[in-house]
Design a protein around this ligand. Sequence first.
Ligand SMILES: NC(=O)c1ccc[n+]([C@@H]2O[C@H](COP(=O)([O-])OP(=O)(O)OC[C@H]3O[C@@H](n4cnc5c(N)ncnc54)[C@H](O)[C@@H]3O)[C@@H](O)[C@H]2O)c1
Length: 358
Amino acid sequence: MKLIVYLSLLPLILCSISNIRKNNYLSNDNGHDISNTSNRGKVSIIGAGFYGTQTAFRLAQYDIFHTIVLTDIIDGRSEGIALDLNHCSSLEGFNTNIIGITTENDKGYEKTADSDIIIITAGIPRKPGMSRSDLININTKIITNVVTNIIKYSPNAIIIVVSNPLDEMTALTQIVSKFPHNRVIGQAGVLDSSRMSYFVSKKLNVPVSKVVSLTLGSHGETMVPIISKCKVNGLPLRDLLNEMDIEEICNRTRDGGTEIVSLLKTGSAYFCPASAACKMAKAIMLDTKEILPCHTWVSGQYGLEGLYIGVEAEISRQGATVIESSLSSLELKHLKSSAEIIKSKQKSLLDILSLNNT
Ligand SMILES: NC(=O)c1ccc[n+]([C@@H]2O[C@H](COP(=O)([O-])OP(=O)(O)OC[C@H]3O[C@@H](n4cnc5c(N)ncnc54)[C@H](O)[C@@H]3O)[C@@H](O)[C@H]2O)c1
């Protein structure tokens, strides 16, 4: 009798097992529904150094892209890293396929074709004692070459620039690509704001999740921490810390990259920078319309005209749209001074470009 009952239940049990298997296959540990592959895009990461590699790994873990292409000029480097990352897929529970390619001058870019997003990390990083601006000549040549090639194959992509000096390299990418300004975005503010939140949380001994921070302006000496928007558990930072402590946090945030460069001695920060670029890529791909501080083209907002500068922007499948919000008069003054300096740097970039063309 028992046997008959078991046999009659067998089709049901088999069907349930098959459903469990199917569901396991169609979902992942990250909780994203990946059954609709048409929602998943393609991202190309140019430069498989510390920043590019960490970005590839993090984006693979998000599992929101069907393909990640990782490129470098060092023969075999991207291919080796891509294979290593693909080996992680069963452990990390992602279905993204990572492809590594070696590029040489204008060769090898075909596999980046039809990318939804391109993240440019190619270039050299700082060494101790160097400012971001010291990288300008070499990275201008690298970025010009990279952008000229990627746009041939992905004319509709949104480009996230991270290579330094960021203020100039973002402007350069738009000049070379001739893309609409909203489709070229620089990464700095997400990183700097995250650094600031960390320092605030340590100073007040509160969980970092309770802290909201915002930095605008340049990625460098003229970064503008927006204290009026910095909150801890919803309370203004100025109600919790004195001006000296706030100043100390702002300085450490502004010099956060330099502090890491001098500790590492070879190379610059890449974990938090990669997390920042990935947050932006995710917002684009999933069309979240999150408001993030990014290097975005301003045309009249805050009284600023015709430059890339760190401001808050809505990030979506359309790229970046500046969102102007109220600042204190002192913060606005600092933002305008930062803009003056960035504008002159972006102007001297044009001189470098015309020199390179002669
Ligand atoms: N925006 C930010 O917040 C931020 C933060 C950290 C680092 N960065 C910048 O990001 C860049 C990369 O940093 P990193 O630590 O990965 O440096 P890295 O030296 O580890 O990697 C750079 C890689 O770019 C490759 N490369 C050079 N020319 C190339 C080309 N034409 N095409 C493809 N790849 C090319 C190099 O071979 C190298 O593997 C640097 O300019 C650094 O200053 C920016």
